[in-house]
Design a binder for this molecule. Sequence first.
Ligand SMILES: Cc1cc2nc3c(=O)[nH]c(=O)nc-3n(C[C@H](O)[C@H](O)[C@H](O)COP(=O)(O)O)c2cc1C
Length: 296
Amino acid sequence: MSEKNLIVDKNKCVSCGLCVKDCVASALEFDENNKPSFGVNGENSCIKCQHCLAVCPVGAISILNKNPQDSEPIWSQNPDTILNLIKSRRSIRHYKPENIDEQTMHKLKNMLNWSPTGCNFHKLHFAFVEDKNVMDKIRTHVNTKLVKILSGKIVNAVTKKIAYYKDALINGEDIIFRGAPHMVVVSAPINSPCVNIDPVIALSYFELYAFSLGIGTCWCGFAQVCMQLFPELAQQMGIPDGYKVSYVMLFGIPDIHYQRTTQPEPFEMITVNDFNTAAKVSLTKRIKHFFVNGIR
Ligand SMILES: Cc1cc2nc3c(=O)[nH]c(=O)nc-3n(C[C@H](O)[C@H](O)[C@H](O)COP(=O)(O)O)c2cc1C
């Protein structure tokens, strides 16, 4: 049996060609019977996106041992509901001191499998802290270490701004993990085509779906820095070798409720109305683009 295992139900297939047309890798072509099959090298170029299975109007295509009948039907969504969800989501910094229920945890984890990845690389790694007691150990470990670091003479000499954080930590304020009972750390293989982007997309999906389930989340830049500062965290969270820790998201049952949406300042948005194909870019601008914009 081949790895991709493309099986076309010849009795169902209506030879509409949608699977051939939609294959991003041009891996499919019609065979002598006008049915889809892998072309020369098609099996190697297939990126396992399953578009062929998803697009077939009669459910005639199975690939990667997936039965099309096990896929879910596609619903039409109410855009207003989705927009309201996006507008209502807030960063949650007050949590109930309890674990979320197993079923909800399972739903959240399972949803992540549908997160898109560049070239369908699909090798993200998610490390979940599912038990508040474990989270409390991590919290205590990190906060204790940070107090020590922030109390150091050199650190104090460099910046006085950290006094607030130091005092807060000494006073037992969990300014890093915000009292959250759970967190998820996302990593991607360093050779992923989109190593810095895929994890962020996954967490964006995660926070919106979590919110729809009544679960609060908070992107945690502080925790991400701690993952880099304290290698024992990555080690004990089971981050595989060769993976880059991307980001951390806290989550749990919110202990705060918002009554209305916020009213953010608009981002800068422009409309590009034309494109001059003959325009030249000066050398200075090229250098600036490479060293300034490029690096960013
Ligand atoms: C990449 C990123 C990192 C963040 N890191 C932290 C953090 O370490 N601690 C925290 O309390 N909030 C953190 N936040 C939350 C932001 O402060 C928050 O999104 C912003 O204030 C707007 O509030 P809202 O998310 O409720 O709309 C982070 C948000 C993002 C997008």
